[in-house]
Design a protein around this ligand. Structure first.
Ligand SMILES: *Cc1c(COP(=O)(O)O)cnc(C)c1O
Length: 389
């Protein structure tokens, strides 16, 4: 079975050593030494000035919206994970969707201004699959209309924009360290800001608004994380370079093998500074996507419709048509991509995808991309690998 993702796991002994130290100190949570160390090491690794380690990426978004005192309408993308929209609604604000760019899959800055009303307080955009938004254009609009900017940078560990960590942009950036993400702390997340006042506020809010013995200066929440999750983060951080390198390698291998497949790939802002967090492929039709996905599933290979459905179709928002997003969400899947994905498995995935496109149900060529000798070889290899096909 090949799943769409597998969490990175360090050697058990690496984690055990941290666990032993937790036992010795008997300090489990509440801003413990491992949480502090992880925050320091993350700052170093990412090259950022400030960050706060929090319990997950969703709470990070909620803290950001709350810390900026946002109200009314927040302009956002319909093409993201559900937490981007649900956090807006959870904080009592109204999401106003703006369609996405058909090539980068990020919010289209050219469409933002038309969505601004006197009630608009902010723009909340996602750097989709780790590919940065047009930050310069978005900031220009925000400045012109006096709006705050939050980036959901949940996919962005290791991504840079203009030679700075992408986490340093916007009034606040948030990220997720969930197990499915490239760098993880089992559950976890972080908020980033360059504004010392906002940082102080979020630090208080993360811990019940507790500002000293018997004193509470903000309405806070419990958004802190614990020593065990920090321990996993410290282990994984040591492997971060290796994880990033491996994903890049695997993505390049996909690209090489799929260059003849009639699909589109995400247009990247800058390949140099990209983290290869996902490997999305956009089919020409939903039928082709479904056919390809089903073919892979027969071989117990699971890709994921990500993101699907479009967030503008959620039952608790004002439904609006987002033609570009609706179309892309219906045709896109992310292929398996994780640290331990083997080259033979990646080969198999690619061959199956090419096969769907080139052969019909009866095994006849749909197009004559290959000579029949190659086609026969592919058939043979697939049959050997999996008796069900
Ligand atoms: C994973 C993810 C989140 C939520 O993060 P959690 O840590 O799972 O709460 C939010 N936004 C995006 C785009 C994500 O991919």
């Amino acid at each position: 079975m090949i799943p769409v993702t597998k969490p990175f796991l360090p050697a058990e002994t690496e984690f055990d050593n941290y666990v032993k130290s937790i036992w010795e100190r008997q300090w489990l949570t509440n801003n413990g030494p491992l949480v502090n160390t992880l925050e320091l090491k993350l700052k170093e690794y990412l090259g950022v000035n400030h960050l706060l380690f929090v319990s997950n990426g969703t709470v990070a978004l909620q803290l950001a919206i709350r810390a900026l005192n946002l109200s009314g309408e927040i302009i956002t993308t319909p093409f993201s994970f559900v937490a981007t929209t649900s956090s807006i609604v959870w904080q009592g604000c109204t999401p106003v969707f703006t369609d996405i760019d058909p090539e980068t899959f990020n919010i289209d800055p050219a469409k933002i201004e038309a969505a601004i009303t006197p009630k608009t307080s902010a723009i909340l955009a996602t750097h989709v699959f780790g590919n940065p938004c047009d930050i310069t254009a978005i900031q220009k609009i925000a400045d012109k209309y006096g709006l705050k900017v939050i980036y959901d940078a949940a996919h962005c560990f290791g991504t840079f924009y203009n030679n700075r960590s992408v986490f340093e942009y916007g009034d606040i950036s948030t990220t997720s360290f969930h197990s499915t993400k490239l760098f993880h702390t089992i559950e976890g997340g972080a908020v980033f800001t360059q504004d010392p006042e906002l940082l102080r506020k979020m630090a208080l809010m993360r811990n019940f608004g507790y500002s000293g013995v018997d004193s509470f200066s903000e309405a806070g929440i419990n958004a802190k994380n614990c020593e065990f999750h920090a321990a996993m983060g410290l282990c994984n951080l040591r492997h971060a370079d290796e994880i990033l390198k491996k994903r890049k390698y695997l993505s390049e291998q996909y690209m090489l093998r799929l260059s003849n497949l009639d699909v589109k790939f995400q247009k990247l802002e800058n390949k140099q500074d990209y983290n290869y967090a996902y490997f999305p492929v956009l089919f020409n039709t939903e039928d082709l996507m479904n056919e390809s996905k089903a073919k892979l599933e027969l071989a117990q290979i699971y890709c994921r419709r990500y993101f699907y459905p479009s967030l503008s179709s959620l039952p608790y928002v004002n439904k609006v048509e987002m033609p570009v997003c609706d179309s892309i969400a219906s045709r896109i899947v992310c292929l398996p991509l994780y640290h331990t994905l083997t080259l033979p498995d990646l080969d198999l995935i690619c061959r199956l995808l090419l096969r769907v496109q080139n052969f019909d149900d009866k095994g006849q060529h749909k197009k004559n991309h290959f000579g029949s000798a190659i086609a026969d070889k592919i058939e043979l290899e697939i049959n050997e690998k999996n008796g069900t096909i």
